[in-house]
Design a protein around this ligand. Structure first.
Ligand code: ATP
Ligand code: MG
Length: 565
Protein backbone atom coordinates (compact mmCIF):
# COMPACT_ATOMS: atom_id res chain seq x y z
CA UNK A 1 0.00 0.00 0.00
CA UNK A 2 1.40 3.41 -0.92
CA UNK A 3 1.76 6.26 1.55
CA UNK A 4 -1.08 8.10 -0.15
CA UNK A 5 -3.42 5.17 0.23
CA UNK A 6 -2.60 4.77 3.90
CA UNK A 7 -3.04 8.48 4.43
CA UNK A 8 -6.58 8.35 3.08
CA UNK A 9 -7.48 5.67 5.61
CA UNK A 10 -6.62 7.91 8.52
CA UNK A 11 -9.89 8.93 10.12
CA UNK A 12 -10.54 12.57 9.38
CA UNK A 13 -11.32 14.83 12.33
CA UNK A 14 -13.92 17.53 11.92
CA UNK A 15 -16.96 19.02 13.62
CA UNK A 16 -19.39 16.64 11.90
CA UNK A 17 -17.54 13.59 13.15
CA UNK A 18 -17.34 15.17 16.61
CA UNK A 19 -21.13 15.62 16.64
CA UNK A 20 -21.70 12.03 15.56
CA UNK A 21 -19.30 10.68 18.17
CA UNK A 22 -21.04 12.72 20.87
CA UNK A 23 -24.48 11.54 19.73
CA UNK A 24 -23.38 7.91 19.79
CA UNK A 25 -21.71 8.30 23.20
CA UNK A 26 -24.85 9.92 24.58
CA UNK A 27 -26.92 7.05 23.09
CA UNK A 28 -29.06 9.48 21.12
CA UNK A 29 -28.60 6.99 18.31
CA UNK A 30 -27.34 3.45 18.22
CA UNK A 31 -26.38 3.63 14.57
CA UNK A 32 -25.48 6.31 12.06
CA UNK A 33 -27.56 6.68 8.91
CA UNK A 34 -26.60 9.34 6.37
CA UNK A 35 -27.54 9.99 2.76
CA UNK A 36 -26.25 11.70 -0.31
CA UNK A 37 -29.29 13.40 -1.90
CA UNK A 38 -28.58 14.63 -5.44
CA UNK A 39 -31.18 16.15 -7.66
CA UNK A 40 -30.88 14.32 -11.01
CA UNK A 41 -30.74 17.51 -13.07
CA UNK A 42 -27.08 17.35 -14.08
CA UNK A 43 -23.85 15.46 -13.59
CA UNK A 44 -22.00 15.34 -10.29
CA UNK A 45 -19.04 17.68 -9.86
CA UNK A 46 -16.06 17.85 -7.55
CA UNK A 47 -18.14 19.78 -5.00
CA UNK A 48 -20.51 16.84 -4.77
CA UNK A 49 -17.46 14.63 -4.18
CA UNK A 50 -16.95 16.48 -0.91
CA UNK A 51 -20.49 15.65 0.17
CA UNK A 52 -20.23 12.05 -1.05
CA UNK A 53 -16.94 11.43 0.75
CA UNK A 54 -18.37 12.97 3.92
CA UNK A 55 -21.67 11.07 3.94
CA UNK A 56 -20.35 7.71 2.80
CA UNK A 57 -17.14 8.24 4.76
CA UNK A 58 -18.76 8.78 8.17
CA UNK A 59 -21.18 5.90 7.57
CA UNK A 60 -18.22 3.62 6.88
CA UNK A 61 -16.15 4.89 9.80
CA UNK A 62 -18.96 4.56 12.33
CA UNK A 63 -20.26 1.25 11.02
CA UNK A 64 -23.53 2.77 9.78
CA UNK A 65 -25.12 3.08 6.36
CA UNK A 66 -25.37 5.73 3.70
CA UNK A 67 -28.26 5.99 1.27
CA UNK A 68 -28.17 7.29 -2.25
CA UNK A 69 -31.39 9.22 -2.60
CA UNK A 70 -32.49 11.02 -5.69
CA UNK A 71 -34.36 14.18 -4.80
CA UNK A 72 -36.43 13.87 -7.95
CA UNK A 73 -39.22 16.37 -7.37
CA UNK A 74 -38.83 18.48 -10.49
CA UNK A 75 -39.58 16.35 -13.57
CA UNK A 76 -39.11 19.22 -16.02
CA UNK A 77 -35.38 19.36 -15.30
CA UNK A 78 -34.66 15.74 -14.49
CA UNK A 79 -33.58 12.98 -16.78
CA UNK A 80 -32.72 9.29 -16.78
CA UNK A 81 -29.32 10.16 -18.26
CA UNK A 82 -28.50 12.09 -15.08
CA UNK A 83 -29.75 9.32 -12.81
CA UNK A 84 -27.50 6.79 -14.55
CA UNK A 85 -24.52 9.14 -14.55
CA UNK A 86 -24.88 9.87 -10.83
CA UNK A 87 -24.95 6.18 -9.93
CA UNK A 88 -21.92 5.50 -12.14
CA UNK A 89 -19.97 8.41 -10.68
CA UNK A 90 -20.66 7.61 -7.02
CA UNK A 91 -19.49 4.03 -7.66
CA UNK A 92 -16.44 5.24 -9.53
CA UNK A 93 -15.52 7.43 -6.60
CA UNK A 94 -15.39 4.25 -4.55
CA UNK A 95 -18.68 4.18 -2.64
CA UNK A 96 -21.53 1.73 -2.48
CA UNK A 97 -25.04 2.32 -1.19
CA UNK A 98 -25.80 -1.40 -1.08
CA UNK A 99 -29.56 -1.94 -0.99
CA UNK A 100 -30.18 1.69 0.00
CA UNK A 101 -31.08 3.26 -3.31
CA UNK A 102 -34.05 5.57 -2.78
CA UNK A 103 -36.00 8.26 -4.55
CA UNK A 104 -38.11 11.08 -3.20
CA UNK A 105 -40.61 9.88 -5.81
CA UNK A 106 -40.93 6.59 -3.86
CA UNK A 107 -42.64 8.73 -1.22
CA UNK A 108 -44.99 10.77 -3.42
CA UNK A 109 -48.10 9.02 -2.09
CA UNK A 110 -47.00 9.48 1.52
CA UNK A 111 -46.03 13.08 1.02
CA UNK A 112 -49.40 13.71 -0.60
CA UNK A 113 -51.12 12.18 2.42
CA UNK A 114 -49.12 14.41 4.74
CA UNK A 115 -50.12 17.46 2.71
CA UNK A 116 -53.77 16.45 3.31
CA UNK A 117 -52.93 16.06 7.01
CA UNK A 118 -51.69 19.64 7.12
CA UNK A 119 -54.87 20.82 5.35
CA UNK A 120 -57.06 18.92 7.77
CA UNK A 121 -55.18 20.43 10.69
CA UNK A 122 -55.71 23.92 9.25
CA UNK A 123 -51.99 24.20 8.53
CA UNK A 124 -52.07 24.37 4.74
CA UNK A 125 -54.23 26.11 2.15
CA UNK A 126 -54.74 26.26 -1.58
CA UNK A 127 -53.74 29.62 -3.00
CA UNK A 128 -55.12 30.76 -6.37
CA UNK A 129 -52.70 33.69 -6.59
CA UNK A 130 -50.26 33.90 -9.48
CA UNK A 131 -46.57 33.33 -8.81
CA UNK A 132 -46.03 37.09 -9.21
CA UNK A 133 -48.71 37.93 -6.65
CA UNK A 134 -47.29 35.44 -4.19
CA UNK A 135 -43.85 36.97 -4.63
CA UNK A 136 -45.21 40.50 -4.21
CA UNK A 137 -46.80 39.64 -0.85
CA UNK A 138 -43.81 37.72 0.45
CA UNK A 139 -42.05 40.86 1.70
CA UNK A 140 -38.29 41.27 1.98
CA UNK A 141 -35.54 40.67 4.49
CA UNK A 142 -36.46 43.93 6.21
CA UNK A 143 -40.20 43.99 5.55
CA UNK A 144 -42.83 41.52 6.75
CA UNK A 145 -44.96 39.68 4.20
CA UNK A 146 -48.73 40.04 3.85
CA UNK A 147 -51.40 37.38 4.04
CA UNK A 148 -52.77 36.03 0.80
CA UNK A 149 -56.51 36.67 0.21
CA UNK A 150 -56.93 32.87 0.07
CA UNK A 151 -55.25 32.21 3.39
CA UNK A 152 -58.45 31.76 5.38
CA UNK A 153 -60.16 29.25 3.15
CA UNK A 154 -61.94 26.54 5.09
CA UNK A 155 -60.61 23.02 5.47
CA UNK A 156 -63.30 21.44 3.28
CA UNK A 157 -62.73 23.84 0.40
CA UNK A 158 -58.94 23.42 0.64
CA UNK A 159 -59.27 19.65 0.62
CA UNK A 160 -61.62 19.70 -2.33
CA UNK A 161 -59.37 22.02 -4.35
CA UNK A 162 -56.22 20.08 -3.49
CA UNK A 163 -57.85 16.81 -4.58
CA UNK A 164 -58.94 18.43 -7.82
CA UNK A 165 -55.38 19.71 -8.32
CA UNK A 166 -54.24 16.13 -8.07
CA UNK A 167 -57.02 14.96 -10.40
CA UNK A 168 -55.67 17.26 -13.10
CA UNK A 169 -58.55 19.73 -13.25
CA UNK A 170 -56.33 22.83 -13.35
CA UNK A 171 -53.56 23.97 -15.67
CA UNK A 172 -49.94 24.50 -14.60
CA UNK A 173 -49.52 27.42 -12.24
CA UNK A 174 -53.24 27.92 -11.61
CA UNK A 175 -53.01 27.08 -7.92
CA UNK A 176 -50.49 25.99 -5.31
CA UNK A 177 -50.68 24.46 -1.88
CA UNK A 178 -48.96 26.49 0.81
CA UNK A 179 -48.06 25.71 4.40
CA UNK A 180 -49.80 28.14 6.77
CA UNK A 181 -47.02 29.29 9.04
CA UNK A 182 -46.27 32.99 9.54
CA UNK A 183 -46.16 35.76 6.92
CA UNK A 184 -44.37 38.03 9.40
CA UNK A 185 -41.60 35.60 10.27
CA UNK A 186 -38.07 37.01 10.13
CA UNK A 187 -37.19 33.87 8.16
CA UNK A 188 -38.63 34.18 4.67
CA UNK A 189 -38.70 30.39 4.34
CA UNK A 190 -41.44 30.34 6.98
CA UNK A 191 -43.69 32.84 5.15
CA UNK A 192 -46.22 30.29 3.97
CA UNK A 193 -43.90 28.38 1.63
CA UNK A 194 -45.34 26.64 -1.43
CA UNK A 195 -45.35 22.90 -0.81
CA UNK A 196 -47.16 21.59 -3.91
CA UNK A 197 -47.39 22.92 -7.44
CA UNK A 198 -49.25 21.83 -10.54
CA UNK A 199 -46.97 20.47 -13.25
CA UNK A 200 -48.42 18.45 -16.09
CA UNK A 201 -45.12 16.75 -16.85
CA UNK A 202 -44.10 13.12 -17.09
CA UNK A 203 -41.66 11.98 -14.43
CA UNK A 204 -38.70 9.68 -15.24
CA UNK A 205 -39.93 7.21 -12.61
CA UNK A 206 -43.60 7.80 -11.92
CA UNK A 207 -44.52 8.59 -15.51
CA UNK A 208 -47.89 10.32 -15.78
CA UNK A 209 -49.18 9.22 -12.37
CA UNK A 210 -48.87 12.75 -10.98
CA UNK A 211 -49.59 16.24 -12.20
CA UNK A 212 -48.81 17.88 -8.87
CA UNK A 213 -45.35 17.65 -7.35
CA UNK A 214 -44.05 18.46 -3.87
CA UNK A 215 -41.43 21.18 -3.65
CA UNK A 216 -37.90 20.22 -2.69
CA UNK A 217 -38.43 21.78 0.74
CA UNK A 218 -41.52 19.70 1.42
CA UNK A 219 -39.98 16.46 0.17
CA UNK A 220 -36.47 16.68 1.49
CA UNK A 221 -36.79 16.61 5.26
CA UNK A 222 -39.68 14.16 5.24
CA UNK A 223 -37.74 11.81 2.96
CA UNK A 224 -34.94 11.89 5.52
CA UNK A 225 -37.46 11.10 8.25
CA UNK A 226 -38.98 8.19 6.29
CA UNK A 227 -35.54 6.68 5.76
CA UNK A 228 -34.52 7.08 9.39
CA UNK A 229 -31.60 9.36 8.53
CA UNK A 230 -29.91 10.31 11.80
CA UNK A 231 -27.61 13.04 10.52
CA UNK A 232 -28.78 15.10 7.54
CA UNK A 233 -25.59 16.70 6.32
CA UNK A 234 -25.97 19.53 3.87
CA UNK A 235 -24.31 22.72 2.74
CA UNK A 236 -24.59 26.08 4.52
CA UNK A 237 -27.18 27.61 2.20
CA UNK A 238 -29.74 25.24 3.74
CA UNK A 239 -29.22 26.55 7.28
CA UNK A 240 -32.07 29.03 6.73
CA UNK A 241 -34.33 26.17 5.66
CA UNK A 242 -33.72 24.17 8.83
CA UNK A 243 -36.54 25.89 10.82
CA UNK A 244 -38.94 25.00 8.01
CA UNK A 245 -37.82 21.36 7.93
CA UNK A 246 -38.27 21.24 11.69
CA UNK A 247 -41.73 22.79 11.41
CA UNK A 248 -42.77 19.96 9.08
CA UNK A 249 -41.30 17.36 11.44
CA UNK A 250 -43.17 18.98 14.36
CA UNK A 251 -46.48 19.06 12.52
CA UNK A 252 -46.51 15.68 10.77
CA UNK A 253 -46.64 12.13 12.10
CA UNK A 254 -43.16 11.33 10.75
CA UNK A 255 -41.51 8.06 11.81
CA UNK A 256 -38.19 9.61 12.88
CA UNK A 257 -36.57 12.93 13.54
CA UNK A 258 -33.40 13.62 11.59
CA UNK A 259 -31.16 16.46 12.65
CA UNK A 260 -29.63 18.68 10.02
CA UNK A 261 -26.02 19.88 10.21
CA UNK A 262 -24.59 22.30 7.71
CA UNK A 263 -21.03 22.44 6.39
CA UNK A 264 -19.28 24.75 3.91
CA UNK A 265 -19.54 23.86 0.25
CA UNK A 266 -16.41 23.36 -1.76
CA UNK A 267 -15.43 26.30 -3.95
CA UNK A 268 -12.41 25.93 -6.23
CA UNK A 269 -10.38 28.62 -7.95
CA UNK A 270 -10.74 28.93 -11.76
CA UNK A 271 -13.78 26.64 -11.50
CA UNK A 272 -17.54 27.00 -11.43
CA UNK A 273 -19.45 24.47 -9.36
CA UNK A 274 -23.07 25.17 -10.13
CA UNK A 275 -25.12 22.66 -12.04
CA UNK A 276 -27.20 25.40 -13.58
CA UNK A 277 -24.14 27.01 -15.07
CA UNK A 278 -22.56 23.71 -16.08
CA UNK A 279 -25.82 22.92 -17.89
CA UNK A 280 -25.50 26.23 -19.78
CA UNK A 281 -21.94 25.38 -20.79
CA UNK A 282 -23.09 22.07 -22.24
CA UNK A 283 -26.20 23.51 -23.91
CA UNK A 284 -24.37 26.40 -25.51
CA UNK A 285 -21.62 24.13 -26.76
CA UNK A 286 -18.83 25.86 -24.82
CA UNK A 287 -17.58 22.36 -23.98
CA UNK A 288 -18.08 19.04 -25.73
CA UNK A 289 -20.41 17.58 -23.13
CA UNK A 290 -20.72 16.80 -19.45
CA UNK A 291 -17.62 14.60 -19.62
CA UNK A 292 -15.45 17.11 -21.46
CA UNK A 293 -12.08 16.79 -19.65
CA UNK A 294 -12.16 20.53 -18.87
CA UNK A 295 -15.41 20.18 -16.93
CA UNK A 296 -15.25 19.97 -13.12
CA UNK A 297 -17.61 17.01 -13.26
CA UNK A 298 -16.57 13.60 -11.99
CA UNK A 299 -17.18 12.28 -15.51
CA UNK A 300 -14.86 14.97 -16.88
CA UNK A 301 -12.17 14.17 -14.33
CA UNK A 302 -12.45 10.46 -15.08
CA UNK A 303 -12.07 11.05 -18.80
CA UNK A 304 -9.13 13.33 -18.14
CA UNK A 305 -7.39 10.56 -16.19
CA UNK A 306 -7.81 11.75 -12.60
CA UNK A 307 -7.81 8.68 -10.34
CA UNK A 308 -10.71 8.53 -7.86
CA UNK A 309 -8.20 8.02 -5.03
CA UNK A 310 -6.72 11.46 -5.80
CA UNK A 311 -10.16 13.05 -5.44
CA UNK A 312 -10.75 11.27 -2.14
CA UNK A 313 -7.36 12.33 -0.84
CA UNK A 314 -7.93 15.94 -1.93
CA UNK A 315 -11.29 15.99 -0.18
CA UNK A 316 -9.72 14.53 2.96
CA UNK A 317 -7.08 17.26 2.96
CA UNK A 318 -9.47 20.17 2.57
CA UNK A 319 -11.50 18.88 5.51
CA UNK A 320 -15.00 19.86 6.58
CA UNK A 321 -15.61 23.24 8.14
CA UNK A 322 -18.37 25.71 8.88
CA UNK A 323 -16.88 28.69 7.04
CA UNK A 324 -16.99 29.15 3.28
CA UNK A 325 -13.68 29.54 1.49
CA UNK A 326 -12.15 29.11 -1.95
CA UNK A 327 -9.64 26.28 -2.31
CA UNK A 328 -6.60 26.78 -4.57
CA UNK A 329 -7.05 24.54 -7.60
CA UNK A 330 -3.28 23.90 -7.35
CA UNK A 331 -3.98 21.86 -4.23
CA UNK A 332 -6.20 19.53 -6.26
CA UNK A 333 -3.58 19.20 -8.98
CA UNK A 334 -0.94 18.50 -6.34
CA UNK A 335 -2.96 15.58 -4.97
CA UNK A 336 -3.31 14.17 -8.50
CA UNK A 337 0.42 14.47 -9.24
CA UNK A 338 1.41 12.99 -5.94
CA UNK A 339 -0.63 9.86 -6.54
CA UNK A 340 0.25 9.48 -10.22
CA UNK A 341 3.95 9.96 -9.49
CA UNK A 342 3.82 6.75 -7.48
CA UNK A 343 1.57 4.74 -9.75
CA UNK A 344 1.82 5.86 -13.38
CA UNK A 345 4.18 3.96 -15.67
CA UNK A 346 6.71 6.12 -17.53
CA UNK A 347 6.65 6.27 -21.30
CA UNK A 348 8.18 8.43 -23.98
CA UNK A 349 6.12 10.58 -26.29
CA UNK A 350 7.08 13.55 -28.40
CA UNK A 351 4.40 16.20 -28.43
CA UNK A 352 5.94 18.48 -31.09
CA UNK A 353 8.41 16.38 -33.05
CA UNK A 354 11.71 17.52 -34.54
CA UNK A 355 13.56 14.94 -36.62
CA UNK A 356 17.11 14.00 -35.70
CA UNK A 357 19.42 12.11 -38.07
CA UNK A 358 22.39 10.51 -36.32
CA UNK A 359 25.00 10.61 -39.05
CA UNK A 360 27.44 8.11 -37.56
CA UNK A 361 24.77 5.53 -36.69
CA UNK A 362 24.45 2.74 -39.30
CA UNK A 363 21.40 3.10 -41.48
CA UNK A 364 20.61 -0.62 -41.51
CA UNK A 365 20.58 -1.22 -37.73
CA UNK A 366 17.75 -0.88 -35.24
CA UNK A 367 18.78 -1.91 -31.72
CA UNK A 368 16.78 -2.62 -28.61
CA UNK A 369 17.52 -0.82 -25.35
CA UNK A 370 15.92 -1.06 -21.91
CA UNK A 371 13.83 1.61 -20.22
CA UNK A 372 12.56 1.73 -16.62
CA UNK A 373 8.80 1.59 -16.26
CA UNK A 374 8.79 3.59 -13.04
CA UNK A 375 11.86 4.71 -11.09
CA UNK A 376 9.57 5.33 -8.08
CA UNK A 377 8.48 1.71 -8.11
CA UNK A 378 11.28 -0.89 -8.49
CA UNK A 379 8.65 -3.61 -8.96
CA UNK A 380 7.39 -1.96 -12.15
CA UNK A 381 10.23 -3.52 -14.21
CA UNK A 382 11.65 -2.53 -17.56
CA UNK A 383 10.53 -2.53 -21.15
CA UNK A 384 12.35 -2.69 -24.46
CA UNK A 385 12.62 0.46 -26.59
CA UNK A 386 13.97 0.58 -30.13
CA UNK A 387 16.70 2.95 -31.24
CA UNK A 388 18.01 3.77 -34.71
CA UNK A 389 19.63 6.30 -36.99
CA UNK A 390 16.51 8.49 -37.12
CA UNK A 391 14.76 9.61 -33.99
CA UNK A 392 12.48 12.46 -32.93
CA UNK A 393 12.97 14.88 -30.06
CA UNK A 394 10.84 17.76 -28.77
CA UNK A 395 11.07 20.87 -30.90
CA UNK A 396 11.38 22.86 -27.64
CA UNK A 397 14.54 20.94 -26.79
CA UNK A 398 16.48 22.67 -29.54
CA UNK A 399 17.54 26.30 -29.83
CA UNK A 400 19.81 27.62 -32.50
CA UNK A 401 21.01 30.55 -30.41
CA UNK A 402 20.40 29.45 -26.86
CA UNK A 403 20.38 31.85 -23.92
CA UNK A 404 22.83 31.20 -21.10
CA UNK A 405 21.01 28.60 -19.08
CA UNK A 406 19.61 26.55 -21.94
CA UNK A 407 21.46 23.22 -21.68
CA UNK A 408 19.52 21.21 -24.20
CA UNK A 409 20.31 20.83 -27.90
CA UNK A 410 22.04 23.57 -29.86
CA UNK A 411 24.82 23.40 -32.43
CA UNK A 412 27.90 21.83 -30.80
CA UNK A 413 26.12 20.90 -27.55
CA UNK A 414 26.14 17.35 -26.17
CA UNK A 415 23.13 15.90 -24.27
CA UNK A 416 22.01 12.50 -23.02
CA UNK A 417 19.20 10.61 -24.72
CA UNK A 418 17.42 8.84 -21.92
CA UNK A 419 18.20 5.07 -21.77
CA UNK A 420 20.27 5.44 -24.98
CA UNK A 421 23.44 7.43 -25.79
CA UNK A 422 25.12 10.79 -25.61
CA UNK A 423 24.22 12.86 -28.64
CA UNK A 424 25.93 15.94 -30.07
CA UNK A 425 24.16 18.37 -32.33
CA UNK A 426 26.20 19.25 -35.42
CA UNK A 427 23.90 21.23 -37.64
CA UNK A 428 20.35 22.45 -38.02
CA UNK A 429 18.75 21.92 -41.44
CA UNK A 430 16.26 24.60 -42.48
CA UNK A 431 13.51 24.81 -45.04
CA UNK A 432 13.30 27.71 -47.52
CA UNK A 433 11.25 29.65 -44.96
CA UNK A 434 14.16 29.49 -42.55
CA UNK A 435 12.49 27.09 -40.11
CA UNK A 436 14.52 24.30 -38.54
CA UNK A 437 13.16 21.01 -39.91
CA UNK A 438 15.87 18.53 -38.97
CA UNK A 439 18.96 18.20 -36.83
CA UNK A 440 22.09 16.46 -38.01
CA UNK A 441 23.80 14.91 -35.00
CA UNK A 442 26.40 12.34 -33.99
CA UNK A 443 26.34 9.89 -31.09
CA UNK A 444 29.02 8.37 -28.89
CA UNK A 445 28.78 4.54 -29.17
CA UNK A 446 30.68 4.09 -25.88
CA UNK A 447 27.82 5.69 -23.89
CA UNK A 448 25.21 2.95 -24.43
CA UNK A 449 22.54 3.04 -21.72
CA UNK A 450 23.21 6.74 -21.15
CA UNK A 451 26.44 6.59 -19.13
CA UNK A 452 29.81 7.85 -20.22
CA UNK A 453 32.72 5.51 -19.33
CA UNK A 454 35.11 8.47 -19.14
CA UNK A 455 32.94 10.27 -16.60
CA UNK A 456 32.01 13.05 -19.03
CA UNK A 457 29.03 15.06 -17.84
CA UNK A 458 26.12 16.47 -19.77
CA UNK A 459 23.59 18.88 -18.35
CA UNK A 460 20.44 17.70 -20.04
CA UNK A 461 18.69 14.38 -20.52
CA UNK A 462 16.13 14.30 -23.29
CA UNK A 463 13.36 11.89 -24.12
CA UNK A 464 12.94 10.72 -27.70
CA UNK A 465 11.16 8.19 -29.90
CA UNK A 466 12.63 6.12 -32.74
CA UNK A 467 11.41 6.89 -36.26
CA UNK A 468 11.43 3.14 -36.93
CA UNK A 469 8.49 2.36 -34.71
CA UNK A 470 6.98 5.62 -33.37
CA UNK A 471 3.21 5.82 -33.72
CA UNK A 472 1.38 8.99 -34.71
CA UNK A 473 -1.07 10.21 -32.09
CA UNK A 474 -3.28 13.13 -31.22
CA UNK A 475 -2.60 14.78 -27.89
CA UNK A 476 -5.00 17.16 -26.16
CA UNK A 477 -3.64 19.65 -23.68
CA UNK A 478 -6.01 21.34 -21.28
CA UNK A 479 -5.77 24.63 -19.50
CA UNK A 480 -8.18 26.14 -17.00
CA UNK A 481 -11.65 26.49 -18.45
CA UNK A 482 -11.75 30.03 -17.04
CA UNK A 483 -9.18 32.79 -17.26
CA UNK A 484 -9.62 34.09 -13.75
CA UNK A 485 -9.64 32.51 -10.30
CA UNK A 486 -13.10 33.95 -9.58
CA UNK A 487 -15.08 33.32 -12.80
CA UNK A 488 -18.26 35.29 -13.11
CA UNK A 489 -17.22 37.86 -10.50
CA UNK A 490 -18.18 40.61 -12.95
CA UNK A 491 -21.53 38.99 -13.63
CA UNK A 492 -20.87 37.04 -16.82
CA UNK A 493 -19.31 33.59 -16.59
CA UNK A 494 -19.15 33.24 -20.36
CA UNK A 495 -17.00 36.37 -20.68
CA UNK A 496 -14.41 34.70 -18.47
CA UNK A 497 -14.08 31.49 -20.49
CA UNK A 498 -10.49 30.81 -21.47
CA UNK A 499 -10.32 30.72 -25.30
CA UNK A 500 -7.14 28.64 -24.99
CA UNK A 501 -8.40 25.98 -22.63
CA UNK A 502 -7.88 23.26 -25.25
CA UNK A 503 -4.85 22.80 -27.47
CA UNK A 504 -4.88 19.88 -29.89
CA UNK A 505 -1.57 18.51 -31.13
CA UNK A 506 -2.18 16.41 -34.23
CA UNK A 507 1.36 15.39 -35.18
CA UNK A 508 2.62 13.89 -31.96
CA UNK A 509 4.58 10.63 -31.87
CA UNK A 510 4.43 8.01 -29.14
CA UNK A 511 6.46 4.93 -28.35
CA UNK A 512 4.70 1.69 -29.33
CA UNK A 513 4.18 0.57 -25.72
CA UNK A 514 1.64 3.39 -25.44
CA UNK A 515 -0.53 2.22 -28.30
CA UNK A 516 -1.85 -0.74 -26.32
CA UNK A 517 -2.79 1.34 -23.27
CA UNK A 518 -6.30 1.02 -21.88
CA UNK A 519 -8.66 3.98 -22.10
CA UNK A 520 -8.36 6.12 -18.97
CA UNK A 521 -5.29 4.35 -17.61
CA UNK A 522 -2.76 6.92 -16.40
CA UNK A 523 0.78 7.13 -17.78
CA UNK A 524 3.55 9.63 -17.35
CA UNK A 525 5.02 10.99 -20.55
CA UNK A 526 8.58 11.60 -19.40
CA UNK A 527 9.32 15.28 -18.84
CA UNK A 528 5.79 16.25 -19.94
CA UNK A 529 3.18 15.23 -17.44
CA UNK A 530 0.49 12.66 -16.80
CA UNK A 531 -1.75 11.52 -19.62
CA UNK A 532 -4.34 8.89 -20.41
CA UNK A 533 -5.84 7.48 -23.59
CA UNK A 534 -9.13 9.13 -24.44
CA UNK A 535 -12.17 7.19 -25.58
CA UNK A 536 -11.95 8.97 -28.94
CA UNK A 537 -8.93 6.71 -29.62
CA UNK A 538 -9.09 4.29 -32.54
CA UNK A 539 -6.64 1.46 -33.26
CA UNK A 540 -5.19 3.58 -36.09
CA UNK A 541 -5.05 6.77 -34.13
CA UNK A 542 -4.57 6.92 -30.37
CA UNK A 543 -5.77 10.10 -28.65
CA UNK A 544 -4.33 11.17 -25.30
CA UNK A 545 -5.52 13.69 -22.73
CA UNK A 546 -3.12 15.51 -20.51
CA UNK A 547 -4.37 14.97 -16.99
CA UNK A 548 -1.92 17.39 -15.40
CA UNK A 549 1.55 18.71 -16.19
CA UNK A 550 4.64 17.80 -14.15
CA UNK A 551 5.39 21.25 -12.82
CA UNK A 552 3.98 21.68 -9.37
CA UNK A 553 3.43 25.32 -8.57
CA UNK A 554 1.44 24.40 -5.44
CA UNK A 555 4.31 22.43 -3.85
CA UNK A 556 6.76 25.19 -4.79
CA UNK A 557 4.61 27.95 -3.34
CA UNK A 558 4.21 25.96 -0.15
CA UNK A 559 7.94 25.35 0.14
CA UNK A 560 8.89 28.97 -0.49
CA UNK A 561 6.31 30.32 1.94
CA UNK A 562 7.72 27.98 4.56
CA UNK A 563 4.32 26.41 5.09
CA UNK A 564 3.68 22.74 5.65
CA UNK A 565 3.96 20.64 2.51
P1 ATP B 1 -25.61 23.10 -7.58
O1 ATP B 1 -25.57 24.17 -6.54
O2 ATP B 1 -24.30 22.82 -8.24
O3 ATP B 1 -26.74 23.25 -8.55
P2 ATP B 1 -26.99 21.42 -5.81
O4 ATP B 1 -26.57 21.65 -4.44
O5 ATP B 1 -28.28 22.00 -6.22
O6 ATP B 1 -25.82 21.77 -6.79
P3 ATP B 1 -27.76 18.75 -5.42
O7 ATP B 1 -27.95 17.69 -6.42
O8 ATP B 1 -28.95 19.27 -4.70
O9 ATP B 1 -27.01 19.91 -6.16
O10 ATP B 1 -26.64 18.35 -4.39
C1 ATP B 1 -26.60 17.14 -3.71
C2 ATP B 1 -25.79 17.33 -2.46
O11 ATP B 1 -24.48 17.78 -2.77
C3 ATP B 1 -26.42 18.37 -1.56
O12 ATP B 1 -26.48 17.84 -0.26
C4 ATP B 1 -25.49 19.53 -1.63
O13 ATP B 1 -25.45 20.21 -0.41
C5 ATP B 1 -24.14 18.88 -1.97
N1 ATP B 1 -23.29 19.79 -2.72
C6 ATP B 1 -23.59 20.42 -3.87
N2 ATP B 1 -22.59 21.24 -4.23
C7 ATP B 1 -21.62 21.12 -3.29
C8 ATP B 1 -20.33 21.71 -3.10
N3 ATP B 1 -19.83 22.60 -3.97
N4 ATP B 1 -19.62 21.34 -2.01
C9 ATP B 1 -20.11 20.44 -1.15
N5 ATP B 1 -21.31 19.86 -1.26
C10 ATP B 1 -22.07 20.18 -2.32
MG1 MG C 1 -29.83 21.47 -4.68
Amino acid sequence: MTATETASLEPAGDFVRDIIRTDLDAKRHTRVVTRFPPEPNGYLHIGHAKSICLNFGVAREFGGQCHLRFDDTNPTKEDQEFIDAIERDVRWLGFDWGPHLHHASDYFERLYGWAETLIQDGKAYVDDSSADDIRALRGTLTEAGKNSPYRDRGVAENLDLFRRMRAGEFPDGARVLRAKIDMTSGNINLRDPVIYRILHAAHPRTGKAWCIYPTYDFAHGQSDAIEGITHSLCTLEFADHRPLYEWFLDNLPVPSRPKQHEFARLNLGFTVLSKRFLTDLVRRGAVKGWDDPRMPTLAGHRRRGVPPAAIREFVRRIGVAKANSVVDVGMFEHAIRELLNKTAPRRMAILRPLKVVIENYPADIVETLEAHNNPEDPGAGKRPVRFGREIYVERDDFMENPPKKFYRLSPGREVRLRYAYFLTCREAVKNPAGEVVELRCTYDPTTRGGDSPDGRKVQATLHWVAAADAIPAEIRLYGHLFMRPDPGADGDFFADLNPESLEILRDSLIEPALASGKIGEPVQFERQGYFCADNDSTPERPVFNRTVGLRDSWAKAKASSGGPT
